[in-house]
Design a protein around this ligand. Sequence first.
Ligand SMILES: [Zn+2]
Length: 223
Amino acid sequence: MNPNDATPSPASSSTPYAIDAEGWCAAARRVPSPNCDPRAEGMTVDLLVIHNISLPPGEFGTHYIEDLFCNRLDCDAHPYFEQLRALQVSAHFLVRRDGSLLQFVATVQRAWHAGVSRFGEREQCNDFSIGIEMEGTDTTAFEAAQYRTLAGLTQALQARHGFGDVAGHDHIAPGRKTDPGPFFDWAAYHALYLQAASAPVQGAAMSAGAAPLLRFTGRISGA
Ligand SMILES: [Zn+2]
């Protein structure tokens, strides 16, 4: 077959992280969590919240995070898990150390990740945000593969939901939460996001490629 006969790829193929109408990402392994509920009528997604988690803390690659988010964590398996008993939490996404992606809650639904929180004048950030967990801790650097996945996912989520802000859990719950922590590289994340957001659409003519305006609270505050 003559390569010139090839059908141009549709624009949607430019990102593997595209979010569908129901709020699911095809590139993610789907692990549905019961810890979610509908957003209020007419509520838009205005904020992306970045977290870190590892279970037990500092141990990577275990199945305990998805167990926790699906209310099936064996709390006798590790002493640390005792404090998680009866906890009902979730996030929309988890980015593992190797950059692979899990999705627990559709983005059109409310996940239970922020807790008591405030962004600007608005409280209860779960109502209007999407939560992404980076597998990690407050005391270890994150992997390059994680930033690449996070940046691509951020671009796709912004394209789907049109939110204008990205913040850390520590920014919306100061004094109570410290994640994603001082080892989370906001500058690297921002640079990779700009790259992902300005990449020319496959099969389309080169455009100006202006990235949508997205404010990174962590980068601005230098946290
Ligand atoms: Zn958090």
